[in-house]
Design a protein around this ligand. Structure first.
Ligand code: 5RP
Length: 219
């Protein structure tokens, strides 16, 4: 049976509800995460609330009657649920298409399990076809761009300001055979807040929506 990409996103969002037991849920950003919020709203009586990875997600959670907690007011959480722009069999992800990568990485760091919800188009053998987002302090834009060129990429300034008041450079053409190494190298450039490689801390569970049903992949 053939489904549209939106139908696949909806199915995988619903599958993630199986992991929602109680307490506080970390919630990602993007269209797949938005479907998850719709499903989460249906079981909101089971949970205390959520921590949001962006202002947009916080607003959407509130609109659905789900309490939003400040990350500093809580002591971690069991699960963080979010989409990705690309993910490999090693559970390394490339994220930040929606520009929320820094807060996503921070909230995810506070969760025991990262549950990645994707449709099968996001499952790739190697990361980097999707331009890698890098959040940068505005004054460091030129310097960071030159350093990214030295790493083999072509940075392009996105017409966007992050929730943290910074800019995004989308880096095209990067060869990323070792995502953990590349994540560290880019984060070492002065002026970089963080980059969209989520490899040092990969996903623990991948729910992958295919035309044959949602597959569960764990590591
Ligand atoms: C936002 C993200 C998203 O998870 C990623 O862009 C996937 O988005 P979508 O679910 O809309 O395909 O990292 O910063």
């Amino acid at each position: 049976m053939a489904f549209s990409q939106d139908e696949l996103k909806q199915q995988v969002a619903l599958a993630a509800i199986h992991y929602v037991k109680s307490g506080i849920i970390g919630v990602g950003t993007g269209s797949t995460a938005n479907y998850f919020i719709e499903e989460l709203a249906k079981v909101k009586n089971k949970i205390d609330g959520a921590v949001a990875s962006s202002e947009a997600t916080a607003q959407r959670l509130k609109d659905h009657g789900i309490e939003v907690f400040d990350l500093n007011a809580i002591d971690g959480m069991d699960i963080y649920v979010d989409g990705a722009d690309e993910i490999t069999e090693h559970m390394h992800m490339l994220k930040g298409g929606g520009g929320a990568l820094t807060r996503e990485k921070i909230v995810a760091a506070n969760a025991k399990d990262f549950i990645c919800i994707c449709d099968a188009t996001k499952y790739v053998p190697v990361l980097g076809k999707f331009p890698l987002p890098v959040e940068v302090l505005p004054m460091a834009r030129g310097y960071v761009a030159r350093e990214l060129v030295k790493l083999g990429g072509q940075p392009k300034l996105r017409d966007f300001t992050t929730d943290n008041g910074n800019i995004i450079l989308d880096v095209h053409g990067l060869n990323i055979p070792d995502p953990i190494e590349m994540e560290g190298k880019i984060n070492q450039i002065v002026g970089v807040v963080t980059n969209g490689l989520f490899a040092a801390r990969p996903a623990n569970i991948l729910l992958l929506a295919t035309h044959e049903g949602v597959k569960t992949i764990t590591k």
